[in-house]
Design a protein around this ligand. Structure first.
Ligand SMILES: Cc1cc2nc3c(=O)[nH]c(=O)nc-3n(C[C@H](O)[C@H](O)[C@H](O)COP(=O)(O)OP(=O)(O)OC[C@H]3O[C@@H](n4cnc5c(N)ncnc54)[C@H](O)[C@@H]3O)c2cc1C
Length: 559
């Protein structure tokens, strides 16, 4: 267990280290040279130095026993520093996950203790040239080597593609097909027949080493089969998705905020047409405010999911991990892209960093499952809930938010409830028209589900803040009034998006006849959703004032 105080101290050491060793000029040079700063990565993982890995290793193996919430906080901070380095450091966490969830007691003791004591760097070898989103298409094989009638070891043959730390890791976990199905193996650097290619020349995260791996008759002893039983590999990979996707979600969040936090101060100094850009509503309300709202909606969802994972009673929460990753990575990308625009010509150059952040954060919608795969995962799971509850799942959630709205009318719960009611109606119409036979409809539903659920989360987070009950470890950047305003901005967007885009896709797939259109529009609550937009501009004004630290000034002026 990590206390809030310890976590705060760890994050502070991380920030201090980055300030000293990774100033902008260094990051820009490394990015231009396409170089992974291995010495820095090792320093961060070294138990006698920063020892970031210690946070994630259970106490019984010499670590600090951090949970999903701690992981999210550290990942966000790492991503704010540099997403390439974050990927290099966190690859050990990802690479050792199959061990954490699936290994035998002896394997856990050996490998997790070695990570804690020696700062071993891991890589996670799942993807192959022909098996990306579809891991079932795995071609790497692990053939049994028999001795005296028992399995003494395995010979592994195959290729892995796009492996983070592939060229620098001390140990790699490798997914390979055994006679009983996909299984994870532990392969150490230097094993005969185990080689890697030159690092990939990538669009972003150029400070992270990404390399293809080749395994030619690589022999491993039987005790390198994680868990000691063949065929468990895909289940083990599934078991950690909730957790690992939350890490990438936090990367998206950190990357997005890193970009906005460069655009915000820039715009206070940049004078155009006689005043700073930060004073111009057409600038802030397009390029800054909506992105802050989406990022905070994603944060709310990440936090709820992390707390549920840490409570430990609900399984792996794969779908929730997918929603968190989808929202945070898409919001992070949009925020970084808008930040380039916010800096104009300067944003388009290397020197001002937002261009680099934008290239870096781009990876978060690709690795650990692409956004499209996230949409599919979300939609399929929630579709089952819709069917199981005879269409009531989201109506029920909406009613809970209506009750919250009665207690806290300021937190946007009413608009979030409108989004959830509309979602239930869209899904029901899709069921009646059997529209999920169209893959596009299925995936678009995934997007609408993510928006509606995140609106609910942000409203709940704002209410917790108002009640002084927010998790101690979390960011206090926004006070209760600011969080409520952010929530109202996002909930309005979610309600409008679900109702209007839902209508668009259902109608577009032939799910509404001319006669049914008016009643369907009514069932979506469109007039109420439109009415809920009232007050949006003044809320955006308020959020902009908060982001620019001028709430007191405005209040004084108003007085
Ligand atoms: C920098 C980097 C680091 C990485 N690190 C690691 C690592 O450490 N370990 C590891 O194992 N892997 C790693 N990956 C691999 C990454 O997880 C995969 O690239 C990713 O899962 C997508 O697989 P793919 O590249 O084969 O794309 P594909 O699966 O071919 O997808 C291409 C496009 O098609 C879409 N698509 C795919 N299937 C469908 C479908 N059924 N329906 C609709 N659309 C679909 C995708 O969303 C995507 O837009 C890394 C990748 C990169 C680029």
């Amino acid at each position: 267990m990590i206390t809030a105080k310890t976590l705060k101290l760890s994050l502070k050491s991380l920030k201090d280290f980055a300030k000293k060793r990774l100033p902008d000029e260094t990051l820009i040079q490394l990015d231009e040279r396409d170089e992974c700063p291995l010495e820095i990565v090792r320093h961060m993982c070294d138990p006698d130095k920063l020892g970031i890995q210690l946070l994630f290793i259970p106490e019984e193996f010499g670590g600090m026993g951090g949970g999903a919430f701690d992981v999210y906080c550290v990942c966000e901070e790492m991503a704010r520093i540099d997403l390439g380095i974050a990927t290099a450091v966190l690859a050990t966490f990802l690479g050792s996950d199959p061990i954490t969830v699936g290994a035998t007691a002896e394997q856990k003791k050996l490998w997790l203790s070695r990570i804690a004591e020696e700062g071993l760097l891991f890589a996670y070898g799942a993807t192959e040239p022909e098996a990306g989103s579809d891991l079932g298409n795995l071609r790497t094989t692990a053939d049994r080597i028999m001795q005296d009638g028992r399995v003494a070891g395995y010979k592994i043959n195959g290729n892995k593609q796009w492996i983070s730390n592939g060229g620098v890791a001390d140990v790699c976990t490798v997914l390979a097909n055994t006679p009983a199905g996909p299984s994870w193996f532990i392969v150490e650097k230097g094993a005969k027949g185990f080689t890697h290619d030159e690092p990939e020349d990538k669009h972003g995260i150029r400070l992270s080493n990404t390399a293809a791996l080749a395994l030619n008759d690589v022999y491993v002893d039987a005790d390198r089969l994680i868990g000691g039983v063949e065929g468990q590999g895909l289940n083990q990979a599934q078991a950690v998705f909730g957790y690992t996707r939350l890490m990438v979600a936090a990367f998206g969040l950190g990357g997005g905020w890193a970009a906005l936090d460069r655009a915000i101060p820039y715009s206070t100094k940049r004078i155009q047409a006689g005043a700073p850009l930060s004073e111009k509503q057409g600038y802030t309300h397009k390029l800054i405010v909506p992105h802050a709202a989406r990022l905070e909606a994603a944060r709310a969802y990440i936090e709820e999911t992390a707390l549920r994972i840490d409570a430990g009673s609900e399984g792996s929460l794969n779908t929730e991990g997918a929603i968190a990753k989808y929202m945070a990575s898409e919001a992070g990308n949009a925020a970084a892209e808008a930040s380039i625009q916010a800096l104009g010509g300067y944003g388009y150059t290397h020197e001002y960093m937002v261009e680099k952040i934008s290239r870096d954060v781009r990876i978060t919608t690709i690795y650990e499952g692409t956004s499209e795969i996230m949409e599919m995962t979300i939609s399929r799971d929630r579709w089952q809930l819709h069917l199981k509850t005879r269409g009531q799942h989201y109506h029920d959630q909406a009613r809970v938010l209506e009750a919250l709205d009665a207690r806290h009318p300021e937190v946007g719960a009413g608009a979030a409830a409108l989004a959830l009611h509309a979602l239930a109606e869209v899904m029901e119409k899709a069921r009646l028209g059997r529209l999920t036979r169209y893959q596009h409809i299925l995936l678009r539903l995934g997007e609408l589900i993510a928006f509606a659920e995140c609106a609910g989360s942000l409203a709940r987070r704002a209410a917790l803040m108002a009640e002084g009950k927010l998790e101690e470890k979390t960011s206090r950047r926004f006070d209760a009034a600011a969080l409520a305003a952010l929530s109202r901005v996002f909930a309005r967007e979610a309600a409008l998006k679900v109702a209007e885009e839902g209508l668009r896709w259902v109608a577009g797939a032939g799910g509404v006849s001319a006669a049914e259109m008016a009643p369907f529009e009514n069932s979506l609550g469109l007039p109420a959703v439109h009415q809920a937009q009232a007050g949006l501009i003044s809320d955006m004004d308020y959020v902009a004032d908060v982001l620019y630290g001028r709430t007191t000034k405005r209040t004084v002026q108003a007085a």
